[in-house]
Design a protein. Structure first.
Length: 350
């Protein structure tokens, strides 16, 4: 029974990376590396919820020598520098020589989803390390650039901007609106409000709608507005003022998409935040936040709560804590529930 319990979950071995590579060579396996930090909530979710699942262990243990490293100390810090890790969690698939075959950035909500992401690292047409080698050797075919850009997007590597620009430069005007390259315009990292790609998309919206479909194109445009408003709320965008919020709302009126009601609430929250009036911000949050699907609160609720906690009166602090506890009691979103459960005692009850 003890043996069954040990292998019912992912078997992370206490090995140095060098020893893990040696073992992978002997067992003809790859090395799976989990890099994490003590403060990373998604890291804890993966460790506590995903890796203990039997299906996760069954998949990884058979194919990999699995190790994990805290990048805040010892060898973990060296691995972070060696493999240029800047976001957490990051998972590496290494060959027995220690070369990156694939990289996965960010966790997954389910074991099934994470297994699919790992499987991509075993596919030579999708594994980012293999594609990177072909690119480094001078392959600039449309086929390679398309696959490499997709792989870079999956790990949010800034180099994707350069690769996507090279790809677009090889496409004809007719190809640019083809479904095969829609991923460039669909992704918020490459097609943000105000970017050349977004300008092209808006100027050619009808052409895109004919090839991609009106609903998908309009939803992409909505996603761009969503990102812009989210960045305003979270503080990533501190420069844009109320006039920028007005422009977003006016532009949104030209399109039909399901998330418009939520984005109007985001705009209202961003406007209240820009006012500098904590009572106005709190009142707006109390009115709008309960109406927003919890999956869309992961990015915005925590910075909003901290703003009110840090700058509000004791009564206002008590009200944002009450709202947080209400959301925790009601949510069915596992990731939001886990993060909120950690956040409340750490940030709001102190």
């Amino acid at each position: 029974m003890l043996q069954m319990g040990a292998f019912a979950q992912t078997n992370f071995e206490e090995l140095t990376l060098e020893k893990a590579l040696e073992k992978s060579k002997k067992e003809n396996k790859l090395v799976f590396v989990d890099t994490y930090t003590s403060w990373c909530m998604p890291c804890k979710y993966m460790a506590n919820t995903i890796f203990p699942k039997k299906e996760m262990g069954d998949y990884l243990n058979e194919r990999f020598v699995c190790v994990k490293f805290n990048t805040e100390e010892g060898e973990g810090a060296e691995i972070m520098k060696r493999y240029e890790i800047s976001a957490f969690p990051t998972f590496l698939i290494l060959n027995s020589e220690g070369e990156v075959q694939h990289k996965i950035v960010g966790g997954s909500e389910t074991a099934e989803d994470f297994i699919k992401r790992v499987e991509e690292g075993l596919d030579e047409e999708k594994a980012i390390g293999i594609l990177a080698n072909r690119y480094a050797k001078g392959d600039r075919s449309i086929n390679l650039l398309t696959k490499y850009a997709r792989a870079l997007l999956a790990i949010q590597d800034p180099q994707v901007v350069k690769v996507a620009e090279e790809l677009i430069g090889k496409l004809s005007d007719a190809q640019r609106v083809d479904t095969a390259y829609w991923f460039i315009y669909e992704h918020p990292f490459l097609t943000q409000v105000g970017s050349p790609n977004m300008t092209y998309l808006l100027e050619n919206a009808e052409r895109f709608q004919k090839s991609i479909g009106e609903e998908r194109v309009n939803e992409k445009i909505a996603t761009a507005f969503d990102l812009q408003l989210t960045n305003m709320i979270t503080g990533r965008d501190r420069q844009s003022g109320v006039d920028a919020i007005d422009r977003v709302e006016n532009e949104m009126e030209k399109y039909k998409f399901p998330s418009k009601a939520r984005l109007k609430m985001f705009a209202e929250i961003a406007r209240a935040q820009r006012s500098g009036d904590i009572e106005k911000l709190l009142t707006t949050c109390e009115k709008d936040i309960p109406q927003i699907e919890h999956e869309h609160l992961l990015a915005v609720f925590f910075p909003l709560s901290l703003t009110i906690k840090r700058n509000g009166t004791p009564d206002q602090q008590a009200r944002i804590l009450k709202l947080a506890k209400k959301l925790l009691a009601e949510t069915t979103n596992d990731k939001f529930k886990f993060s909120l459960g950690q956040f409340i005692p750490y940030a709001l009850e102190k």
